[in-house]
Design a protein around this ligand. Structure first.
Ligand SMILES: [Zn+2]
Length: 323
């Protein structure tokens, strides 16, 4: 026959008759929960370790039961049951606590994805756009200057610094959710070259079209199959570097007018991007650099919307999987 439960002991009025303390009753109830698998052994041990009074309640209870056994032979069985419960409780308390942390990787993949989604959404909804700071590329383009109308805040990427599997899964979600801002084409090129998860999962990009690597950056961007939203920021510095053809022309035709956007380095590669849902062209903030004309911005926007929203050609995804 199994030992009486806490409630059975209550029915027999054992706790009151044996003069057990409130802490002892809490522990005996927790022992009952452990027996019925409502809590695990680690949690039972944690209740004892909450304070020294808890452990004292266990030893006091054993002492009281031993004394009652000597004086009242009829209570031997009940006393033995309570002493047995007390030894179970002490065993749980002396067992080293499990320090392995929350077993995230033991959760089903769908649940993990929900955790990552919630974590990423929390970061992104408060951050707006995410920009790498400080700049990683060692080019000479100007770095990030926060806009005056909103406060920037640091995004805590602690989840991406755990094990490689969690990092890969989380970054995959983060890049899908976060609109990423790149302060120059070199930053975009370096990010895409060095980060395969970014290439695979990138969904929304804002990039200042400037720097010597725009052709390489846009060529890589055209191969990002997840990319749906693109915002191109233009400035006077967009034409600081020109296409190879235009560079060659200007060696011989010195009287040419100031270069236009159609001659900026990267224009050909930019026009190869396909499958966009949203495309826009914006001016650089006035305090960050010299602006181009509204006419140029509007013309480029119409051109990009006409070309970049076209569907990707059939077979594009297969031939460009490995970059
Ligand atoms: Zn740069």
């Amino acid at each position: 026959m199994s030992a009486p439960t806490f409630y059975a002991q209550q029915m027999l009025n054992l706790h009151s008759r044996f003069g057990l303390s409130e802490n002892a009753k809490i522990l005996l109830r927790a022992h009952d929960d452990w027996k019925l698998r409502r809590i695990d052994q680690d949690e039972l041990g944690r209740i004892v370790r909450l304070s020294t009074n808890m452990r004292k309640a266990v030893t006091d209870t054993i002492t009281k039961c031993a004394s009652i056994m000597r004086k009242q032979p009829t209570e031997v069985k009940n006393c033995v049951d309570i002493i047995q419960a007390c030894t179970d409780i002490l065993t749980a308390a002396d067992k080293p606590p499990i320090m392995s942390g929350f077993p995230l990787m033991k959760l089903p993949a769908e649940i993990r994805r929900k955790v990552y989604t919630q974590y990423a959404e929390k970061l992104v909804s408060r951050a707006g756009g995410v920009v790498s700071f400080p700049k990683k590329s060692n080019c000479h383009c100007s770095g990030y200057t926060p806009p005056t109308y909103c406060q920037s805040r640091r995004v805590d990427m602690a989840l991406a610094q755990t094990c490689s599997k969690v990092k890969n899964e989380f970054l995959d979600f983060f890049y899908q959710k976060a609109p990423l801002h790149f302060t120059c084409s070199c930053e975009l090129r370096d990010g895409l070259k060095s980060n395969p998860i970014l290439r695979k999962s990138l969904r929304s990009v804002k990039v200042h079209w400037t720097g010597p690597a725009s052709d390489q950056a846009f060529a890589l961007l055209a191969k990002c199959l997840g990319l749906k939203d693109l915002e191109v920021v233009i400035s006077r510095s967009t034409t600081a570097y020109l296409t190879p053809r235009e560079d060659e022309m200007r060696l011989f035709f010195t009287a040419l007018k100031p270069p236009r956007l159609a001659e900026a380095r990267g224009i050909d590669e930019l026009l190869t991007i396909r499958g966009m849902n949203n495309v826009s062209v914006t001016h650089l903030q006035a305090r960050q650099g010299a602006r181009r004309s509204d006419e140029e911005r509007a013309s480029l926007q119409v051109m990009l919307r006409t070309k970049l929203k076209l569907p990707r050609p059939a077979g594009f995804d297969i031939e460009d999987q490995d970059q």
